[in-house]
Design a binder for this molecule. Structure first.
Ligand code: NAD
Ligand code: MG
Length: 394
């Protein structure tokens, strides 16, 4: 039996992971589940999947979970706080860790799984954006297996040869084509973007996702974060990656080779496909996803991204190109700005303004070799500056 920890099990990716795992009870055993505040949701998951450990973000939520599980026979050990997340990501009886906490909050437990040499199934792209070098080094040092869950990166992984680790040039790759749906506002007149609501931003045309990534898809910051993510995962630079807007979300990404071949991965937009791929790799197993019907899809469209409409994509591309502290500042400012938009404290187009002004105040610098502490300091400082920018815009 393969032991699994799911970090962020009550979220969109967490729920899809439990759905796939539940289809293969003879193969997987859930060791630990974690959630931020949703004690009711985690209690229901504990009753169904019977983990040995359950973690809530704080003591109050953990106490509530403990009460909810009081009657459960052989109930899980309940823990609270960020250190407990790191502990359950590194337990000896855990083989695979699904990193599905949203935002930089997922960084430390994700890193703990990498350091402990687990199969790390990475959905938490922000962890890689903030600390790509540290995370990739930890994976290499411990012999952990890093498998991408983000649908685009999982697609690229499936389109690459097994030995791509020796360098994309060495295996004949010319460039990566990263597809993007363009989100709910792809065709909205630009002058109407300022007035869109959180509800409209979270109504993605093709994917059911958490609120933060839904807003990131609407601004296309998501694609910018994914550009940085792809550079780390596949050892390449932004100039070798082309973003392609593909509204149907059927092609999840493509790899173009020097001989003119282009290899794509297709499927219905359902995260259970990349999740099942990573759980079974190098084998395949069923995921519950409806098979793709090309006759129903009928046509596939492609267009270049409009950088005027999507300034966040341009800001992320610039941060990717300068590197250093740039991606960590970009990510922190974006997390603050998206939370402010979801709280209706700023408008949709102000998300990009807050990120741009934060980067103006904190110009990216080369990393000084201070490791994780340095990056956590950059993240903290960028959040403070971004909060100021939010309060100026109200
Ligand atoms: P979500 O908001 O639905 O779920 C987030 C999970 O993290 C929840 O279980 C929540 O309780 C937990 N969490 C949030 N803040 C926390 C904190 N401070 N401490 C501990 N736990 C915390 O998000 P999601 O859509 O499932 O996305 C999760 C990650 O996967 C994100 O990084 C996202 O970018 C990435 N991702 C998601 C999708 C998707 O289809 N949803 C696709 C690709 C990548
Ligand atoms: Mg994606």
């Amino acid at each position: 039996m393969i032991g699994i920890t799911i970090l962020g099990s009550t979220g969109s990716i967490g729920v899809s992971t439990l759905d796939v795992v539940g289809r293969h009870p003879q193969r997987f055993r859930v060791v630990a589940l974690t959630a931020n505040r949703d004690a009711e949701g985690l209690a229901a998951q504990c009753r169904r999947h019977r983990p040995a450990h359950a973690v809530m973000a704080d003591a109050g939520a953990a106490a509530r979970l403990g009460e909810l599980l009081e009657e459960m026979p052989s109930r899980p050990e309940v823990h609270a706080g960020p250190e407990a997340l790191e502990t359950v990501a590194a337990l000896p009886e855990v083989d695979y860790v699904m990193a599905a906490i949203v935002g930089a909050a997922g960084l430390l437990p994700t890193l703990a799984a990498a350091r402990a040499g687990k199969r790390l199934m990475l959905a938490n792209k922000e962890a890689l954006v903030v600390s790509g070098e540290i995370l990739m080094r930890a994976v290499a040092a411990s012999g952990a297996t890093l498998l991408p869950i983000d649908s685009e990166h999982n697609a690229v992984f499936q389109c690459l040869p097994a030995d791509y680790g020796r360098g994309l040039g060495g295996v004949g790759v010319e460039r990566i084509l990263l597809t993007a749906s363009g989100g709910p506002f792809r065709d909205l007149p630009v002058e109407r973007l300022a007035a869109v609501t959180p509800e409209q931003a979270c109504a993605h045309p093709n994917w059911q996702m958490g609120r933060k990534i839904s807003v990131d898809s609407a601004t296309m910051m998501n694609k910018g974060l994914e550009l940085i993510e792809a550079c780390w995962l596949f050892g390449t630079q932004p100039q070798h990656i082309q973003v392609v807007v593909h509204p149907q979300s059927v092609i999840h990404s493509l790899v173009q080779y020097v001989d003119g071949s282009v290899i794509a991965q297709l499927g219905n937009p359902d995260m259970r496909t990349p999740i099942a791929h990573a759980l079974a790799w190098p084998e395949r197993m069923s995921s519950g996803v409806v098979p793709l019907d090309l006759f129903a899809v009928r046509r596939l469209d492609f267009e270049p991204p409009g950088l005027d409409r999507f300034p966040c994509l341009r800001l992320a591309s610039e941060a990717a190109a300068v590197g250093g502290t740039g991606p960590a500042i970009l990510n922190a400012a974006n997390e603050v700005a998206v939370a402010a938009f979801l709280d209706r404290r700023i408008g949709f187009t102000e998300i990009a303004t807050v990120v741009a002004r934060t980067l103006d105040d904190l110009p990216p610098e080369p990393l000084r070799g201070g490791g994780l502490d340095e990056l956590l300091g950059v993240d903290r400082r960028a959040r403070e500056v971004a909060e100021q920018k939010v309060s100026y815009s109200v």
